[in-house]
Design a protein around this ligand. Sequence first.
Ligand code: PAD
Ligand code: ZN
Ligand code: ZN
Length: 363
Amino acid sequence: MKTIGKSLSIEEVEVAPPKAREVRVKIVATGICGTDDHVLKGSFPNVDFPVIPGHEGAGIVESVGEGVTCVKPGDKVIPLCLPQCGECSFCLNPNTNCCLQTHLYQSQNLMPDKTSRFTCKGKQVYHFLWISTFSEYTVMPDSTVVRIDDAAPLDKVCLFGCGFPTGYGAAVNTAKVAPGSTCAVFGLGGVGLSVIMGCEASGASQIIGIDINKDKFATAKDLGATECINPQDFEKPIQEVLVEMTGHGVDYAFEAIGRVDTLTAALASCHRGSGVCVMVGEPPPGSQLSFDPMMLFTGLTLKGSILGGWKMKDSIPKLVTGYLQKKFKPDVLITHNLPFSEINEGFELLRAGKSIKNIFIDF
Ligand code: PAD
Ligand code: ZN
Ligand code: ZN
């Protein structure tokens, strides 16, 4: 549980039974995503405190409320940080994965009936993105949970709740990386390394990883980066280095850090006539991007990508099945398996650049 200005504290929380169209899930494993760190630092917009964060989990359905037909007790599931209600105009639009129920359009700090299922010492605790996976039990609407293959190892496939599909999908869905192309990936955390996996799977011939932490380079190269560079090793701006390395700039640049300066650099490192820059990292709330609009005049494209463009209910079970068929290897990202009691140590490891993905079990 997180109270503003404090680190996470582990508390006894009462988790009420699911109401109609809600599901109560026993979380078996959860990861930390960079977005959870934004929540702890207070830079994720519109979070109410005290809150139970966490959105990269996997578990087992414990009970369901009236009218729930998509899952039943005992099913292995992944909670979805982007709902898919299946009925709104955005769900019916094949060109967006952002259901109108997502946190960008309405608050998910309480259940749809505007009450919380969490109580601690008699006080209401808020939900996060409707799924709050940093909890042994959690309740979510049925639009934000999906059944996965019974054979899926939950301590691995929890990564399909956010980080892996976000990065992989940014390459294969949003950018649609073409075979033989050049790619630059800014930020080699869980998300950026998953972008590299997507670029590699798409047949990119040059994949340049960019990070200020050289310890990330070995994993990036194992996953398909052809070279890795640290902007601090150069006197000139990194975009100039990338343009020189590739002739006229990269075909695709991905920002997977969440900073405006690196987003501007990613944009400027793209091929002016046909480059595609994809914003994946979440910039601080209220920030503004400033660049010469003439950059776009000759064909450069700037796009955003949330959750890799996947409609989560449709896609996550298929991705998990693909994992079981060894099509993806997101477990390479798991550097630490820790008991849930060490969740704060997990955030410290992430901030110190000493971990990629921390997975928590043993609630
Ligand atoms: P992470 O902290 O594991 O990785 C960030 C990486 O960026 C680290 O390797 C840092 O060393 C590196 N870095 C930091 N500053 C710089 C810099 N100035 N130049 C170069 N490299 C730098 O986080 P993550 O991979 O879990 O998440 C990355 C971002 O993606 C973060 O902003 C998160 O909120 C966002 C995100 N977006 C979505 C989405 O749907 N678009 C989903 C999940 C996460
Ligand atoms: Zn995330
Ligand atoms: Zn919808």
